[in-house]
Write a protein that binds this ligand. Structure first.
Ligand code: SAT
Ligand code: MN
Length: 604
């Protein structure tokens, strides 16, 4: 086991020592990612009450969080760039010095009575030129074991960093020190007004305080692989995106890779693991959440890696119907469940899963619960999660860890739109595609602030994840087309699985039938399938999408594949307001406004 004393890298040593001095942990443990380490930390958490060991799946555990600590906290997430302009209007900004002064206060003694864990990790196969390393300091053993699933933690990475390999500096504390003799709680954390999730892009530094949950605490994910990585990517000429990566194989055995950006609750994990309904087609998974993409020296195509090693998926709604491959991954064992219900036979349960009535369970708030007689609310929190190793996925693509990444032929954008937006729409150019991404949006429901019909914009599904000014981010997308290595750009598509009829029924069956749209895209990339050029983009001709065996009426088909000119025209003012709002500092690329004007002109 490596200790602080064994380290040779003076910078690393003094950085760690500085945090030890400030946080005052009882001891320091440097992780090596071994199975023994993982198992012993799980055992420790069973003893302290953080974990319950399940009977099934094998080697799996259930954690229940504090009821105030159940999701990412965007209003407590900060980009601490030197200037407010560099954070832009999509981020909360804090001046770095001011933020550090606050951290020097709240971290003082924050790890008293606890162990400080030091986690050396790689985002991506450590042998890949596209990978990046990091070290996360944390006082949470829950974070350690989740990081050991979601990233690659190993002694080799520590040794390389110790030998001078660059790394992102990440610090996390639950913010709940233990006084002498004070009893611990199963899920230590700080109250919401004391939580801070801060990114310092210029210093490649992340500091997170007060939350033990998901993206707030597993700093490799949204904080590093998106917020910090977007900044690195812009400087170094690559892309860090909130995208699934899938491999599509035709009946002839031809392969193409596609990435897709969708806002939450649009079935991203399901699409990444989809089981096609059209004969002979195959989908395999490379990643379900994040893609890092770089032009390849040899073929000039954008190549993607999945920087993660596991899935941190939303549990409720996941079932053998919605996503059998996710269920098989979970049931393969080695899964950590957070905030789902516990069954009498020590297994997991959640709403809209495979078992309709679980009998008597214990809900995520540790209360007895059954269908007939239950405390208000669902048994599993609606943002309850499974953390499970990607390698266990039955449809994981064999090349998912290829150091070169996989060449991307198409990029999908999509939102949740009941009206106006067709099933699939191919961009007229890269610039038009970037405009589509910049104006990506979903309808708000009557319950959301703003009300029905209003759009909620989520550019490239990156709204809370762009680590710098969103206008500069669009510029970076545009600049990628001029990259010195670029020979062939991916085509860009906007898809909408959620279109409804006047009576409210879904026009498109979705799920495995989305493979029909993927097939059209696949063929378009080969210049084969037919399309009509319209005012909004290239739409499939009436019979270009394989509808064989589908129960979709001729009328619905027509609605799915045609342009609602009046609807688009009515949407334009919202697009314009959105772009103007982002343009507070006057740095919106002129190409984006030009795309807006051209769309307006084409619509007449
Ligand atoms: O909690 S995470 O940020 O990891 C997941 C999510 O909110 O999408
Ligand atoms: Mn995500």
């Amino acid at each position: 086991m490596t200790t602080l004393k064994d380290l040779k890298n003076a910078e690393l040593k003094s950085w760690l020592q500085g945090w030890v001095d400030l946080c005052k942990p009882t001891d320091v443990y440097i992780c090596n990612g071994s199975k023994e380490e993982y198992d012993s930390l799980c055992d420790l958490m069973v003893k302290t009450g953080t974990f319950i060991k399940l009977k099934t799946p094998a080697n799996s555990y259930l954690a229940r969080s504090d009821k105030s600590d159940v999701a990412r906290v965007e209003e407590r997430t900060f980009i601490c760039s030197k200037t407010e302009k560099d954070a832009g209007v999509t981020n909360h900004w804090k001046e770095p010095g001011e933020m550090m002064a606050e951290f020097n206060k709240v971290f003082d003694g924050a790890m008293q009575g606890r162990t400080m864990y030091v986690i050396p990790f790689s985002m991506g196969n450590p042998e890949s030129p596209l990978a990046k390393y990091g070290i996360e300091i944390t006082d949470s053993p829950y974070v350690v074991v989740n990081m050991e699933i979601m990233t690659r933690v190993s002694q080799v990475i520590l040794d390389r960093i110790d030998a001078g390999h660059e790394y992102v500096h990440a610090v996390h504390s639950n913010g709940a020190p233990l006084a002498d003799g004070q009893a611990d709680v199963p899920w230590p954390c700080a109250p919401v007004e004391k939580k801070y999730i801060s990114q310092f892009p210029e210093e490649r530094k992340i500091i997170s305080f007060g939350s033990g949950y998901g993206g707030n605490a597993l700093l490799g994910k949204k904080c590093f692989a998106l917020r910090i990585a977007t900044v690195l990517a812009r400087e170094e000429g690559w892309m860090a995106e909130h995208m699934l990566i899938l491999k599509l194989t035709s009946p002839e055995g031809e392969v193409k890779y596609v990435t897709g950006a969708f806002p939450s609750a649009c079935g991203k994990t399901n699409l990444a693991m989809l089981t096609p309904t059209i004969p002979g087609w195959k989908v395999e998974t490379v990643g379900d959440d994040i893609a890092w993409m770089r032009f390849n020296e040899k073929d000039g195509m954008l190549h993607a890696i999945n920087p993660e090693a596991g899935f941190f998926g939303v549990a409720p709604g996941t079932s053998m119907k919605s996503n059998p491959n996710a269920m098989k991954t979970i049931n393969g064992g080695n899964t950590i469940f957070t905030n789902v219900a516990l069954t009498e036979d020590y297994s997991y349960w959640w709403e809209d899963g495979d078992v309709k009535d679980p009998g008597n369970v214990v809900d995520w708030l540790r209360r007895p619960w059954n269908k007939a007689n239950n405390p208000a609310g669902p048994a599993a929190h609606k943002n309850s999660r499974f953390t499970t190793p990607a390698r266990q996925c039955p449809v994981i693509a064999p090349e998912w860890e290829d150091p070169e990444g996989v060449p991307i032929s198409a990029i999908l954008f999509g939102g949740r739109r009941k009206t106006v937006v067709p099933l699939v729409n191919e961009s007229l150019s890269w610039e038009h595609g970037v405009f589509m991404g910049a104006t990506m949006s979903s309808e708000m429901t009557a319950a959301t602030l703003g009300g029905a019909g209003q759009l909620r914009f989520d550019p490239m599904a990156m709204l809370p994840f762009i680590g710098y000014n969103a206008c500069d981010y669009f510029q970076h997308w545009l600049d990628m087309a001029k990259h010195r290595l670029c020979k062939k750009l991916p085509k860009i598509y906007y898809v909408n699985w959620f279109r409804r009829g006047e009576d409210g029924h879904f026009l498109w069956p979705g799920y495995g039938d989305n493979s029909r749209v993927l097939k059209w895209i696949f063929e378009r990339c080969d210049g084969k399938a037919a399309a009509n050029e319209t005012a909004i983009g290239n739409l499939p001709t009436e019979d270009a999408i394989d509808m064989s065996g589908l129960d979709v009426s001729a009328e619905d088909k027509k609605t799915l594949l045609s342009v609602d000119t009046e609807g688009w025209k009515a949407t334009l003012p919202q697009f314009k307001d959105w772009l103007d709002k982002l343009n507070k500092y006057g740095n919106m690329p002129k190409e984006i406004f030009a795309q807006f004007e051209e769309l307006k002109k084409r619509l007449g």
